[in-house]
Design a protein around this ligand. Structure first.
Ligand code: 26W
Length: 840
């Protein structure tokens, strides 16, 4: 339970209103007569935040006294979304706040809608980090997140003439009530400079020192992370880059005061913007600067906290500290800790290295070659001269060990070297593996794949035990209770759980199975879905002015746009359907007959951002929009088909989209999607999945049963051979897909050159993502699922034929308990971090 102090604020209307008015008048300097929704959001947030800070401070004190092992989750991205709604739920004060705001003349939903998303992430990896900090708090772990406080989150996507246009997301426009700026926590971080040697007269040894050439300050911003139903409130510390007060006297004396100030100001550019690439490494110097800045600040903070309690008792360090590397982005932390221990604390290399490797663990999130980080040796050497030396030493000792184990295997040594010879670069994933005691993938298939492909040689060198799996999960607080309050309430009622304890015990959902033949229950279940579809239709109307009928099948694909995720496969199938419907109509087949014998009415709903430099992904967005323009304007087809592209897909929109979907697409080329987590969000909200045998779809199928998911497509084990065949025997475009290409080329959807590269990549460049191989299988899967959905839609009152679909929906939700991020955190804690939750 939240502590008493907190409860006194959030549980009493009088207290809440008093605090609210105080914040309007003092913090905001306004009056109640001049208080709009935005001001109400700020005042309410400040009120709840004040209460939260008390739990947060108590938690920190308690954790310090208990002095147990702490977990640090290092992630360059935390895709948090909105904080206020989440805080109300985790503190269980939603009702009280709603009523108080009502009495003050405000509507809670309107107030919540004022909050900009904290969109400090790209997609899956960033949102996973956000779910993990929620679970760390909710399950009473002592676990901090460390990241960067970007001034600009992921860009805002506008769709203009069907094209994606990027606009900056300056999310801190109205300051952020959910952050505590800790201006007193300042850590100097150095870049550039040179390394010099020093003779230590005591030991007779030569000591290496790094003299940095440019210094910036890392200043902390703290985000309290409330747990659900507990007063455990961990911290998410995000760093801001600030100039130092030191003054460049040489420049000053040269009369160049302006320039010297300007140079200092540039410090802030380090944390100014989130890189918008997803699964694509661009190798920019500023990105490497971000990484070191963040890693250096976080490690110095961690080490400082350790030393405060344990002085220089370094042997104890691995008993007090576990650090999880979220992908390779923080891998320099391995090098930085070794530098701290050897150069600054004077430990022997081997002793330091054994501490380092027991502290770190590394999570891999992708097998895609273009996403694997490699930094040019020249760049690393210039920016971080001492770190490059240490990397070479780490590699030297590692390769010596390999040589000892596998004498004479020169090829193996070449393959596992952390240094790539041409172009000369540091392979960050290899460095992360060598510097960690555990490496994990994010779903079973993915974890197996990394052992047999990209990290195969490391299994040989370190043994298979070093590699493990933790299948991803999502927090049911945000993705069920917050996104779908009505479904959450119905579940609570059926589980006889008025306190919603099942939200931290998601296995309890299993009990829903007993209602799967209960007519009344199925009716309620379906009515909630219908209501959520209406909300989604309203969002679509608001954002695109397109009308979609909530009684048609909502067929959704929202995620980053990427060739491997195959939005092109989906839109090609939509085009095929449209052309086929037109052909049937031209032959005199009526709409009613089409609905009965061919296609059920549906709305295809897309959303997602393309990396600004990813031409092919932008082409896919353009095609979806152009196809939509043509189809939505076609009066002849009625409500048989609509195509929508929701602009600026983000966390708060996902909270509306996931509950409102009947069917969602997770259709990546087998073996390319490490896990996927939106598949879990949709399934937990009662949507069915059409998907390939990829990522966590595999485990979802195992849990919910293969009769409740529509799987299709070639398996991961065939992919290599098919790609080979494409290159050496040519690509075979099936007739059905050819019809689609013909229509695009005949300019049914606008100028054909706009889409040429998309078709060429399939026809002439080897169809790397196997669109041709899976196209007809995808169409077949649709036939199957449309039979189940029924051929005349159905609304909240009439769901007779929908029986089978609704049962599958209930059955799925009942078996989604495994995918709570609480389960993930318990697995990491037990198998990787060796920590236990505090018993409070
Ligand atoms: C260096 C460029 C770069 C940027 C982002 C490389 C890689 C990334 C991320 C790792 C991409 C990402 O978000 N991966 C996704 O991670 C999710 C959480 O584990 C998985 O569910 C998704 O399948 C995976 O694509």
């Amino acid at each position: 339970q939240p502590s008493d102090t907190v409860k006194s604020v959030v549980d009493s209307k009088e207290k809440f209103e008093e605090e609210f008015v105080k914040h309007v008048e003092t913090s905001l300097g306004r009056s109640m007569y001049n208080c709009d929704d935005l001001a109400a959001y700020q005042a309410a947030s400040n009120t709840i935040r004040d209460a939260l800070i008390i739990d947060w401070a108590n938690t920190q004190q308690k954790q310090t006294i208990q002095d147990g092992k702490r977990v640090y989750y290092l992630s360059l991205e935390f895709l948090m979304g909105r904080a206020m709604d989440n805080a109300l739920i985790n503190l269980k004060c939603e009702n009280n706040t709603r009523q108080s705001l009502n009495e003050l003349g405000f509507n809670l939903e309107d107030v919540l809608n004022q909050e900009p998303d904290a969109a400090l992430g790209n997609g899956g990896l960033g949102r996973l980090a956000a779910c993990f900090v929620d679970s760390l708090s909710s399950k009473n772990y002592s676990g901090w997140g460390y990241g960067l406080n970007y001034q600009y989150g992921i860009f805002e996507q506008k769709i203009i003439d069907g094209y994606q246009i990027e606009a900056p997301d300056y999310w801190l426009k109205y300051s952020n009530p959910w952050v505590l700026d800790r201006n007193e926590i300042q850590i100097p971080v150095d870049f550039y400079g040179y390394v010099y040697e020093e003779h230590d007269p005591n030991t007779g040894k030569v000591k290496k020192n790094w003299n940095g050439g440019e210094r910036v300050l890392a200043v902390a911003s703290d985000f309290p992370i409330p747990g659900y139903n507990t007063d455990n409130t961990n911290n998410l510390r995000l760093w801001n880059a600030k100039p130092t007060n030191e003054f460049d006297f040489t420049k000053f004396n040269a009369g160049d005061y302006q320039q010297s100030v300007a140079a200092q100001q540039r410090a802030e550019s380090i944390t100014s913007v989130l890189y918008p690439n997803d699964n694509f490494e661009s190798g920019k110097e500023l990105r490497l600067k971000q990484q070191y800045f963040w890693v250096a600040a976080s490690l110095h903070d961690i080490v400082r906290r350790f030393k405060k309690q344990h002085k220089q008792n370094w042997k104890k360090f691995p008993d007090q500290v576990a650090i999880q590397l979220n992908d390779t982005h923080p891998t320099l932390a391995v090098v930085e800790l070794q530098r701290i221990l050897v150069d600054l604390e004077g430990l022997e290399w081997n002793e330091a290295w054994s501490i380092v490797t027991s502290v770190f663990a590394y999570t891999n999130h992708t097998v895609m070659a273009e996403a694997l980080e490699k930094w040019p040796v020249d760049l690393v050497g210039r920016l971080l001269p001492r770190h490059l030396e240490i990397i070479y030493d780490i590699n030297f000792f590692f390769l010596k060990e390999v040589e000892r184990k596998f004498p004479g295997d020169r090829d193996l040594i070449r393959r596992v070297s952390i240094i790539d010879e041409s172009p000369k670069s540091v392979k960050m994933a290899f460095l992360a593996i060598v510097g960690s005691h555990k490496v994990n993938g994010v779903a079973e298939l993915h974890s197996e794949l990394i052992k047999t492909t990209i990290f195969k040689d490391f299994v040989k060198v370190f043994g298979a035990e070093k590699f493990t799996n933790v299948t991803n999960g999502i927090t049911p607080r945000r993705w069920l209770r917050q996104a779908n309050p009505k479904l959450a309430a119905l579940i609570a009622e059926k589980l006889n759980d008025p306190e919603y304890d099942y939200l931290t015990n998601l296995g309890k959902l299993k009990q829903l199975e007993q209602f799967v033949d209960d007519e009344d229950f199925l009716k309620q279940w379906h009515a909630i879905k219908f209501d959520n579809k209406r909300k989604l239709a309203a969002l679509v109307k608001e954002l695109t002015d397109i009308d979609i009928d909530p009684s048609v099948l909502f067929d959704v694909q929202v995620k980053r746009i990427h060739e491997y995720k195959r939005q092109q496969l989906n839109i090609f199938a939509v085009i095929y359907r449209y052309l086929h419907i037109k052909e049937l109509l031209s032959k005199g087949v009526t709409i009613e007959e089409i609905k009965k014998n061919y296609y059920i009415p549906k709305a295809s709903i897309f959303g997602g951002k393309a990396a600004p430099g990813y031409y092919m992904a932008k082409t896919i967005i353009h095609l979806i929009n152009k196809v939509g323009e043509v189809i939505n304007a076609d009066k002849e087809i009625g409500n048989l088909l609509k195509v929508v592209f929701i602009p600026d897909y983000n966390v708060s929109k996902a909270e509306i989209i996931c509950p409102g979907s009947d069917l969602s697409n997770h259709i990546s080329t087998a073996g390319t999607e490490a896990s996927g987590t939106s598949n879990m969000k949709f399934a937990l909200n009662g949507g069915l999945i059409i998907g390939t045998v990829d990522g966590a779809n595999v485990e979802i199928t195992r849990e919910i049963g293969e009769e409740n998911i529509f799987l299709f497509g070639n398996l991961a084990e065939s992919v290599e051979e098919l790609r080979h065949k494409h290159v050496f025997e040519g690509v075979n475009v099936p007739e059905t897909l050819q019809v689609v290409f013909n229509a695009i080329e005949k300019e049914v959807f606008g100028p054909a050159d706009e889409f040429k590269s998309l078709i060429d990549s399939i026809r002439y460049h080897g169809d790397y993502y196997l669109v041709t191989d899976d196209f007809e299988l995808f169409l077949d899967a649709h036939k199957k699922l449309e039979k189940v959905y029924g051929h005349d839609g159905g609304d909240a009152t009439d769901r007779g034929h929908l029986q089978e679909w609704v049962k599958k929906s209930v059955w799925s939700v009942a078996n989604m308990g495994f995918f709570s991020s609480d389960r993930c955190i318990d697995e990491y804690a037990e198998n990787i971090w060796n920590v236990e939750p505090s018993n409070q």
